[in-house]
Design a protein around this ligand. Structure first.
Ligand code: BES
Ligand code: MN
Ligand code: ZN
Length: 493
């Protein structure tokens, strides 16, 4: 999607809309508009046609004094102090809704005091609204035969003072890159599970690497994983006709000597539960069980779009969890790449099985930090609903930094304790550990399991079960938390 930064209003702009922010107290914009224009706005406000609620809009047409055909008044309420980023998303939704169905191809946003009032600095506002505005226009129509045209979102044009111009350009570029990453994450998540198999993900990774010289891809097939001793990973993929694979996308934008940041994504392309089979209602949504992996893809794509000066390795544990004559049974004991043995008491706790071997494998990168992203537990939705991700890990600074970035990008996370008190729930009589921890604290015991494979580097775990996709009429992948991870990566350049 295109964006522009301008310093004065265009004199001819036949198919644009100028967004004019109006505060709750009917304060008019404080950028220069001709008196005739302002008086038309005043009349409309006096009539009470602009509802007095946040993000209400009123379109005025062919207002005197300016040549821009549409003037879109937007009611901007003070942003939520605790989570301003979510206010910006609602604002983007309001603008999009007001213009949808029109032929408007260019939205001009005047970055005045009324629009981006504190607590958000202008660049942060620009990054947020760019991402949100593009993401609001996301559509997935790849598998529709009819109506295959995707409508192009309007260009976003920022009207900013000269002193802000460079920062605004940079922020808009970042915002657009975040959105491009999200769109890839959404596309992969939404793609039907008979299409989006582990091999399909491997092909997507190869395609992504081809598009940028700093990215290299390695794919480990099952034979290779077997030779390495990844018994936990293979215990999941052995129940499917689709071979599993481990995909590493090595993006090297930083100095050769710089230790990489490793992102590990759960890529279960369909989770039936295996022999511990899930109930059938809503099972189609388990195609989204690769959204952690899709997030990793989205982040690598955004890194490429920004030519990020950092080394980032995106690793995807791709497998399908199916019941089959060859599927693993409850009671099976497998040996992980780390050498520790696991008693599989529930084949539906498969995410941690593919992740644990992958988390051991990534030690070879001598990572600066490892973040895994996984739709790991239904318990996470019980605890936190669909509002935020859970974060756990072995490094408080890393967790804090991720949470700060999430606060800035509307990808909020909430910490859960990873105390030793929970570890005993994984005790097994027949192996070093069981793969489930009993009824309570499911998100924590899943993280406890992973923690036994992440002792050699700073590590954080994001359980994105509640935020990776929407159910119901709005069904679809959200592309989250790509913005949070990108914001965090950018903070390290
Ligand atoms: N992919 C699921 C977790 C999940 C379920 C995410 C529903 C989002 C929505 C995971 O593989 C799983 O099945 N976890 C089990 C673990 C249990 C068997 C210990 C769960 O959460 O029930
Ligand atoms: Mn499962
Ligand atoms: Zn799963």
């Amino acid at each position: 999607m295109a964006f522009k930064v301008i310093q004065k209003l265009p004199t001819r702009s036949s198919n644009s809309a100028l967004v004019v922010a109006v505060s709750t107290g009917n304060n008019l914009p404080d950028f220069d508009l001709p008196e005739e224009t302002l008086s038309a706005v005043r009349i409309a406000l006096k009539r009470g046609d602009l509802e007095d609620s946040a993000n209400a809009t009123l379109a005025l047409h062919d207002v005197p004094g300016i040549t821009i055909p549409r003037l879109l008044l937007v009611r901007v309420a003070p942003f939520r102090k605790d989570r301003p980023a979510s206010s910006v998303i609602l604002l983007a939704q309001g603008i999009k809704k007001a213009l949808s169905g029109t032929s408007c191809s260019n939205v001009i946003l005047a970055l005045d005091e009324t629009l981006c009032a504190a607590p958000l600095p202008i660049p942060e506002f620009v990054q947020l609204i760019t991402t949100a505005f593009i993401a609001e226009h996301y559509q997935f129509k790849a598998l529709l035969k009819k109506q295959n045209s995707v409508t192009k979102p309007p260009t976003l044009t920022f009207l900013a003072g000269k002193e802000h111009s460079t920062a605004v350009k940079r922020a808009a570029k970042q915002g657009a890159a975040f959105a491009a990453g999200m769109a890839l994450t959404q596309d992969l998540g939404n793609t039907a599970p008979n299409v989006c198999t582990p091999s399909y993900l491997a092909d997507q990774a190869r395609a992504l690497a081809k598009s940028h010289s700093a990215t290299k891809v390695t794919v480990l097939d099952e034979a290779r994983m077997k030779r390495l001793g990844m018994g936990a990973f293979l215990s999941v993929s052995q129940g499917s006709r689709q071979p599993g694979c481990l995909i590493a996308m090595d993006y090297r934008g930083g100095a050769k000597t710089q230790a990489p940041i490793v992102l590990v994504g759960k890529g279960v392309t369909f989770d039936t539960g295996g022999i511990s089979i899930k109930p059938s209602a809503g099972m189609d949504e388990m195609k989204y069980d690769m959204c952690g992996a899709a997030t990793v893809f989205g982040v690598i794509k955004a890194c490429q779009a920004l030519d990020l000066k950092l080394n980032v390795v995106g690793v995807v544990a791709a497998a399908e969890n199916m019941p089959d004559g060859d599927a693993s049974r409850p009671g099976d004991v497998v040996t992980t790449l780390s050498g520790q043995t696991v008693e599989i008491l529930n084949t539906d706790a498969e995410g941690r099985l593919v992740l644990c071997d992958t988390l051991t494998w990534v030690e070879k990168y001598k990572p600066k930090a490892v973040v895994d992203i996984a739709t790991l537990t239904g318990a996470c939705i019980v605890a936190l609903g669909n509002v935020c991700s859970a974060v756990l890990g072995n490094d408080e600074d890393l967790i804090d930094a991720l949470r700060k970035s999430g606060q800035s990008t509307a990808d909020t996370t909430w910490p859960l304790p990873l105390w030793d008190d929970y570890q005993t729930q994984l005790d097994s009589k027949f192996a070093d550990m069981a793969n489930i921890g009993g009824s309570g604290g499911g998100t924590i015991t899943a993280a406890c399991f992973l923690s036994r494979f992440t002792t050699n580097y700073p590590w954080a775990h994001l359980d994105i079960a509640g935020v990776a996709w929407n159910s119901g009429a709005n069904k679809g992948a959200t592309g989250r938390p790509v913005p949070m991870l990108m914001h965090w990566l950018l903070s390290q350049t």
